[in-house]
Design a protein around this ligand. Sequence first.
Ligand code: GLC
Length: 642
Amino acid sequence: MNQASIHRLVAAQLKQKDADVLFDLRLAANLPLIQNLFSSLYPDDNHQGHFTKLMDLLSKLYASRPSELKKQDLKRLDSGNWYQSEKIMGMQLYVEHFNKDLNGLKEKLPYFKDLGVNFLHLMPITTRPSGENDGGYAVNSYLQVDKRYGTKEDLLALTSEFRKEGIYLMLDFVVNHTSNEFSWAKKAIKGDKKYQGYYYTFEDYTIPAEFEKTLPEVFPETSPGSFTYVPEMDRWVMTVFNSYQWDLNYTNPEVFLEMLTNLVKLTDLGVDVVRFDALAFLWKKMGTISQNLPEAHNLVALFRMCLQVVAPGVILLAEAIVAPTDIIKYFGEDQKMGNECEVAYNASLMALLWNSIATKRTSLLYKSWDHVPPKPVDCTWINYIRCHDDIGLGYENQLIQELGWNPDMHRKFLLDYYCQHLDWSPAKGLMFMYNPKTGDGRITGSAASLLGLEKALELKDDVLIHHAMNKIIMLHGIILAFGGIPLIYAGDEIATLNDYSFRNDDSKKEDSRWVNRPLQNWETISNLDDKDLPQSKVYHTLQKLISIRKSDPVFADNNSLSLCHTGNDHILVFEKRGNQQDGLLVLCNFDENAQVIETGWIKRLGYFAKGDPINLVTGEKLVMKSALLEIAPYQLIWLKRD
Ligand code: GLC
């Protein structure tokens, strides 16, 4: 049982649901954990004063939380793990690429309704440096809306509208770093020692040199190394990402207290889910890779436990694009179980799906998924195939080897397949951050282009067009049914191709992730009634699948997913069990040829109890020949067991 469940129980016991009394009770219930976590990072002897400050801060932050949100917090808490519901359907978008600004976005609410989307992740909208700014992930402020998006009032009007319409909002909290133009950084540059202590700054390169021995490079092509010399300050500063993104020094408790304030104030704007950006990097220790350290987990849990006291309706998403066994730890382990982040990106599934498309085989997916430890029952995934970032090839070498493949050669094959080094490959992606020293690289490109639609349209090849469309639908069909929040990347629902215009913009041309950050194509959307267009076919099929998902609780995340082995290496099958007899079987063919599987086991699972089952995706009966089922190239099948 996690702390949220305890708060729910306590609230249920109270006859008079007085919000302030409930705050006191939450504080009392979380206090032992908060104290433990705090003192593990900031030992008692030196930091008694800071702990007292934290207690005062929690009360102040609660007092200034808007009363409408306080009411909503209690309702949310009472409604259980709402984020595991089948009714939630997400989309991620750049406000300026979608429809101008925040007001423009508001005008498009009917579009989301039409598609069935009710959870939005808006990419950063706060102020940032005018030149390179990592798509807004270099923050000049945590709370001030950049004027290109509108004003704070526009944001408040939008979140109020979202509440009315039942739309959840997720915004980023760039918790690991600020830009070099952030007020703290500016003061540090001017020589203010207090603010130099908010970052990792050093008078010479001795300590950075020691760190560099073990720190991996995040952006080796554009921002090699993890430290930057700042001549105006005559000091080195830690910059693990880009040279203009300064890493915050959380060994300083003042930084934690200030950032907690920023976090709560962000949620006071009406944010329902906070995306903890790059949280694996939060704690640094010389001699380590400074990722996923136990202190980073304690820090995240400390943020979590404090925010829960003040704003119990808000949940956290872990943006940890790390190895599968490391991702799961962001849900919290042992005493922290279920008390760290409620949601995490299912980056493992995402990367494995791209591997399965290129190899046309699902063996690595099965092997890897079997290795992922079960997640805590109160937590869930964001399932996605594309986002604004690159696709990293973070598979376990050991598992690749067990399949008889050489890990280096296998990764080279994947880069070749997706980055246009193989004539026969239908994919049109770009290489991201290729490191010639190690041979490592990552992949960028829109889902449609990576899945072959761009090339197929160029070649005017109907079979390839058909395959590409089916691949787009199949991958979305998997994330819709996998259990958790499915997140469509805006544009993928209309099969948007790569956007190469970033090459003409000096502040973007070195970062090929911009190829998969296109403008929303409203002209295509205005033609969606033309059912022959591939874009329309994708849109209408996804719309249908979303509505099936939202109308059936079997799609909720009730921790009942199991992979089914078919003996055919091209096929992926998984089952979700609902309550009682309820079940959902998802079957997919990753091969360009039809594949056959034996059906006896499907019958034994009960999917033929009422005669030949209907594939919910098409509404047609499944055709069986001599107890064999033929699955067409890239076909998606959803079967229901009632
Ligand atoms: C996250 C974001 C990515 C950004 C990085 C640094 O990984 O998704 O776009 O570059 O953090 O903030």
